[in-house]
Design a protein around this ligand. Sequence first.
Ligand SMILES: [Zn+2]
Length: 251
Amino acid sequence: MMREKIKKIVELLGELDVESNAAAAERALVSGLELPDIIRDVVDLLNPELKPYEAAIYMYMLRHSIVEAGNQMIRTSVRGLIKAGVVKSPYEGTRSGGGTVVATVSYKSIQTALEGLGEIGAIRQEADPNRDGTLYRVLLPEEIEVCRNARQAREAALPSSIIDERREADYYNVRENRMKIYERDNYHCRYCQKQLTRFTATLDHVQPVAESGDNSYGNLVTACIDCNSRKNVRPLGDFLAEKSAMPTIPT
Ligand SMILES: [Zn+2]
């Protein structure tokens, strides 16, 4: 009887392992296109507004939501955050007697940091807690009022003429412009019609850069990472023959 129970548990663990491999494969599909801009905004606009524990927790939540899963949701708890070692206790260190003191950070200080993140609008509780924790939405600097204000103040201080010209023409490197392409294409891959999010979408040059294609509105389409990388390694004609779908570019 005991033996059977153990066998069953091993089987279940095996299934869990398959699931986590599938999750890992899914993670690999997160587009790197938006991340540098997001990280830059977090460092420039959000971190100055946060206390150290808040900043550490926000980065942890960002990493385990958008960066790894491609969406803004994460389920976590005070205990989970402590267990993950997201912040270390300031009292941790070597005792004069030689032994290491491993004081865990207090429940209260993590709780306070979560509340602080909620108050500033960096995270939002989406549902009542269950035994796995609370479901939070991790908000991006552009969705957080203090960050929007900070950005406005910065941009007002910048000379704009040269920047404006570049911004108008470049739909690849300028984030606001990239969003216009995604929105035009309704966050669908133009090749296979897969529904994407801002974090899984990539931009594909219809006429490749290597063949003097530019970053204009008309030369970029939303693509999933699969189609984008498949298309890159073969001529466009072959790719479209296989996919039998020309990307439709609205004017
Ligand atoms: Zn696709």
